[in-house]
Structures are given as C-alpha cells and as structure tokens.
Write a protein that binds this ligand. Structure first.
Ligand code: NI
Length: 136
C-alpha cells in the first residue's frame, strides 16, 4: 500500500529558497518537494545518530549563527558556560558582517553533549549545528 502523502506549507527566507532552486537542477532533482524530503531524511538521520551515542565521547561542534539576532550571542555564551565541564575550547570566526562560525571541542557523556547540541541548535538565528564525533 503506498504511503500516505500530506501537504504542508513552509515559510522560508527568500534567499534560502533561491539557493535551493539553484541547486535543484545541478543535483538532478525534479522538484522542491523531492529535495526537501531528502533533506528531512538527513536531518532525522543525524538526530537519530546523535541519540544513539553512548558513554564518553569526544567531538567537534560547529555552529553557524547570525550574531545580530537579539540576545543570541549572550544565550550561546550562557549555554556554553553552563556546560563548562564538557565544552573544552571555543574558537570564534567572524565569517562576514552578519554570520559567525564557532567550533567547540566537546568531551564527556554523550547524553550531556546531545543536550548541549539540542539547546544550541534550537535558538533563533542558529543556522547550522553540526556535531562530528572523533574516534578515540
Ligand atoms: Ni563573530
């Protein structure tokens, strides 16, 4: 039996939509829906992977965010301080007039690191939060 399909509507920044449309042809996608479905599968797969991590881990967390979103920089710093025992270093790079990139080396219990990533990625103005696990 075919899977039931549900239609949803999204609000996206104009520029993000333009970039999506430009990448569709180059990547051979027939429609926006197809590309968004694949993106969602990646999004969920990454989440499930993070949730499956156990024990003590070491990783690098990469954040890209808009520093001019009100209160965001303070919120990120507060979260990093409150997780001080697992955030070992933070490197900040000013990407351009609007965007910042931060890499943090994180070390500690997987569930605490997962909580940290969840708190950061959900903040308004955070565009990317990627956790790369480094094998010991
Ligand atoms: Ni910056």
């Amino acid at each position: 039996m075919p899977e039931k399909i549900t239609r949803v509507s999204l609000t996206l920044p104009e520029r993000l939509l333009q970039e999506l449309d430009q990448s569709l042809k180059a990547r051979g996608y027939a429609s926006r829906s197809e590309a968004v479905r694949d993106s969602l599968r990646d999004f969920l797969s990454e989440y499930k992977y993070r949730k499956s991590l156990k024990g003590n881990i070491i990783g690098v967390l990469v954040l890209v965010y808009e520093h001019d979103v009100r209160g965001l920089t303070d919120a990120i710093i507060d979260i990093q301080h409150s997780a001080g025992e697992i955030v070992n270093t933070v490197q900040h790079i000013h990407l351009d007039h609007k965007n910042c990139l931060e890499t943090s080396v994180v070390r500690g219990p997987a569930n605490k690191i997962e909580k940290l990533v969840e708190r950061l990625e959900g903040l308004r103005g955070v565009k990317q939060a990627k956790l790369m696990i480094v094998k010991k």
